[in-house]
Design a protein around this ligand. Structure first.
Ligand SMILES: *Cc1c(COP(=O)(O)O)cnc(C)c1O
Length: 383
C-alpha cells in the first residue's frame, strides 16, 4: 500500500478501536424540526437551527431575491470586489442589535475566531481561554503565537490567579470564552470577567454562536442579565439561530477598521454569497420584530429539563452526560429507535470521560413531543 494510504488507514483503525470513528450520514432537512435519514423520519434535537429560520419562507425568499439581483457568489474577497451592497446593511444591523459602534462580517464563525485573535495578540501576548470553549477559539489562539493558558470552566478566581501570575510579563492580554457553552448550555459570567479584565487591562472576547437570536431577548449572552454588559469584542455566527452562514465581530469602530486591514481570514478569503447575507438580514428583522418567538427555544428547553428532572436549562442546549463513548452512542441509538434524533457527542469535542447526549430545542418543537421525550429520557436513560 502507498505510504499515504497506509498512514490514513492506520489512523482510522485507531479511531475505530477507541470508539471515536465518525462518519457522515446523509440527512434531509425539509422543515425546521423533522429530518430524514436512511428513509426514516426522525424528530431532530440535534440541529442548531434554534428558530427554524433555515426553512422560513420570508428568509428563503430574501436569499432567492439576492441571487437574482447579485448572483450566486461574491466573486472575490471583500477588499477586492466581493463587498456587495448587502454587507453594509448586515453590519449596521448587527452593530445595532449588539449596541456596538461597528461590526465586521467574516466567512464563518470559525474564520472569525481564527482571524480576530491573531490581530489582537502577537508573540508577546497572553490569551486566557475557558477550558470548555469552542475548538476555533483554541485554533485562533494558536495562530496568534502568544502564550495560551486555559482556565477552569467559569472559574473567576482561577482567572484572577492567572492574571496575577502572568499579566505583567505580556504586552497585551485577551480573555476569551463562549457566552453560551456549546456542549454544556450554561452561560459565562461575562460581567465578572469584564470587570476582572479591566483591573488587569485584559480585553474580553465572547463567542456568542449559541447566544445570538435566543438569549437576552435575541440580543445574545451579553444581554442575558437584563442589563447590557459592554463586552468590547463580541463574535458569533450567522449559521445557528440566524439560519444562514457566516460569522461576525461586533466591536468599536477602530477595532473593526483594524480587522478589515489585518484579519487574514477576511483579507485572503472570498466574500460570502449574497444569498447568505440577505438571509441573515431577514433573520435579524424577524428576531427584532418577534422577541417572543426568539424566547421559545429556551422556554422549551426549560420545560424539558423540568419534566426530565434535570437542572434547569439556561439556553436551548441541554447536555445529558453519559461518560463513556459506548454508553453515549447506545443511548443515542435507543432514542433513534423511538424516532428522536439526538446525536452522541464524544471526545475530542468534549473532555475525555464526558461523552454525552446533547439536545437542542427549537421554537417549533411540539410541546407534547417534548413531554414524551422527557419521560423517555427520565425512565430509560437517567433511570
Ligand atoms: C459553531 C460554533 C462556532 C463556529 O461557527 P461556524 O459559523 O459554524 O463556523 C464558533 N464558536 C462556537 C461556540 C460554536 O458553537
Amino acid at each position: 500500500m502507498h505510504s499515504l494510504d497506509s498512514f490514513a488507514q492506520d489512523k482510522l483503525d485507531d479511531l475505530k478501536r477507541r470508539q471515536l470513528y465518525r462518519s457522515l450520514s446523509e440527512t434531509l432537512r425539509e422543515d425546521g424540526i423533522w429530518v430524514e435519514r436512511d428513509g426514516r423520519q426522525l424528530l431532530s434535537f440535534s440541529c442548531n437551527d434554534y428558530l427554524n429560520l433555515t426553512q422560513h419562507p420570508s428568509i428563503k425568499q430574501a436569499a432567492v431575491a439576492a441571487i437574482e439581483e447579485y448572483g450566486a457568489g461574491s466573486g472575490a474577497s471583500r477588499l477586492i470586489t466581493g463587498n456587495h451592497p448587502l454587507y453594509a446593511k448586515l453590519e449596521a444591523r448587527l452593530a445595532h442589535l449588539k449596541s456596538t459602534d461597528a461590526a465586521c462580517v467574516f466567512g464563518s464563525g470559525y474564520l472569525t475566531n481564527t482571524g480576530v485573535i491573531p490581530v489582537l495578540i502577537g508573540q508577546d501576548g497572553l490569551v486566557l481561554i475557558d477550558e470548555l470553549s469552542h475548538a476555533c477559539i483554541y485554533a485562533g489562539a494558536q495562530l496568534s503565537r502568544g502564550t495560551v493558558i486555559t482556565f477552569r470552566h467559569n472559574d473567576i478566581d482561577h482567572v484572577n490567579e492567572l492574571l496575577e501570575r502572568h499579566r505583567s510579563q505580556h504586552r497585551h492580554a485577551l480573555i476569551v470564552t463562549d457566552g453560551v457553552f456549546s456542549m454544556d448550555g450554561d452561560l459565562a459570567p461575562l460581567d465578572e470577567l469584564l470587570s476582572l479584565g479591566q483591573r488587569f487591562d485584559a480585553w474580553l472576547m465572547s463567542d456568542d454562536a449559541h447566544g445570538i437570536g435566543v438569549v437576552g431577548g435575541g440580543r445574545g449572552s451579553s444581554f442575558s442579565a437584563n442589563a447590557r454588559i459592554p463586552v468590547p469584542l463580541q463574535m458569533g455566527t450567522l449559521s445557528k439561530a440566524i439560519g444562514s452562514y457566516g460569522g461576525y465581530l461586533c466591536a468599536s469602530a477602530p477595532v473593526v477598521e483594524l480587522m478589515r486591514n489585518r484579519a487574514r481570514t477576511l483579507i485572503y478569503s472570498t466574500g460570502l454569497p449574497p444569498a447568505c447575507v440577505a438571509a441573515a438580514i431577514a433573520a435579524l428583522d424577524l428576531i427584532e420584530r418577534e422577541p417572543a418567538y426568539a424566547a421559545l427555544p429556551v422556554e422549551k428547553a426549560k420545560a424539558f429539563t423540568k419534566r426530565a428532572g434535570l437542572p434547569p436549562a439556561q439556553s436551548p442546549i441541554v447536555p445529558i452526560v453519559i461518560g463513556d463513548e459506548e454508553g453515549a452512542v447506545a443511548a443515542s441509538r435507543l432514542l433513534e429507535n423511538e424516532g428522536y434524533l439526538v446525536v452522541a457527542i464524544r471526545p475530542p469535542t468534549v473532555p475525555p470521560g464526558t461523552a454525552r447526549l446533547r439536545l437542542t430545542f427549537t421554537a417549533q418543537h411540539p410541546d407534547d413531543k417534548i413531554e414524551n421525550l422527557a419521560d423517555f429520557v427520565r425512565e430509560k436513560i437517567l433511570g
